[in-house]
Design a protein around this ligand. Sequence first.
Ligand code: SF4
Ligand code: SF4
Length: 380
Amino acid sequence: MGFGCMRLPTAGGRIDVDAAEKLIVSAVQRGVNYLDTAYIYNGSEATLGEIFARNPGLRDKVNVATKLPISRCQAQEDFDKYLSRSLERLKADHVDYYLVHNVTSAGAWERLEELGIEEWVSRQKEAGRIGQIGFSYHGPEADFPVLLDSYDWDFCQIQYNYLNEHYQAGTAGLEAAAKRGVPVVVMEPLLGGKLAGELPRAAKAVLERAGISADPVRLALRWVWNHPEVTLVLSGMNTMEQLDQNIETADGASPCSLAAEEVRAIEMARESIAKSYRVPCTGCGYCLPCPKGVNIPMCFAAYNASFAHGWYQGMQQYITASGAMEGKARFAGDCVQCGACLQKCPQHIDIPQELFRVKRRLQIPGLPAIVRMGTRVITR
Ligand code: SF4
Ligand code: SF4
């Protein structure tokens, strides 16, 4: 199990460095030795750098993975610039695992080849600034093997969980990588927490009928670890309770260890989860900030919840998503379809179109005015 550092604990809207330190030090003490961050994870690299500075010797006990923001790279100098900045933030002279971040097609890699990335990676490896080179993938299933064969990769990283067997790289991609001897790091085993929270009523009923009482997190993680082709599973943890639970699960999980009835129950529950999971948003936040202040992932979470747990619960979440309590209510209907978010979404969601659906389902006439008036009264 690796520690995913995209969603570190926060306080007052910023990363809570003390809380993150407690978690990471505890995780390392208990055997976690892989920390995954990225240049674009707001404040994450610098937080890890600060934690390493506060804890002499910690850096040498872990493998650090970070990622090159390829969408910002237009020339080979940009590769240098972003790696150097990552190293500065991490207060380190090398990264153990460096990923080309968010490759969405075979063509995206071809563009980097034209910029000379292969020769650049060789130089960085020789200089000891990069240990292993890999890529994180969010493209179509068909392009994944093409990409695997395009370069001599040390490892790859894919989104994989029991709801995404046929989405992006999927099971076919996992098996293709294993066949080529390329180790696979799995991200989003809980689909941005969607498989961690309360499962939709129908899915819970299916599991209960099958006599499976395992909690959703444990079930979802064990499903991923059940695949012998998986090398490492990343989990973003931001409380000690989550860390304890995941370590306990990891200790008891090994390939092919799920009982046949557990696998069957997950397969049956998957169908009902998929039905209520209308927008495949993982909550990564890459699309933010929206110039109109729309909290895109929270709008989608509310929309999905309205199918999974009932319209009323979705509506409650939608009002929270609007930021009303912070006195700046913004709704899905505030989207002006500028398109600024579109290229940033690794799930390729047509955000303006989906926000329109959110508006249609949850934004009852007059809601923004009522919420804004209510907020004024409460905060007066
Ligand atoms: S398209 Fe809509 S949601 Fe996306 S950035 Fe523009 S206003 Fe915001
Ligand atoms: S809409 Fe896309 S980019 Fe935005 S949070 Fe969801 S998955 Fe991430």
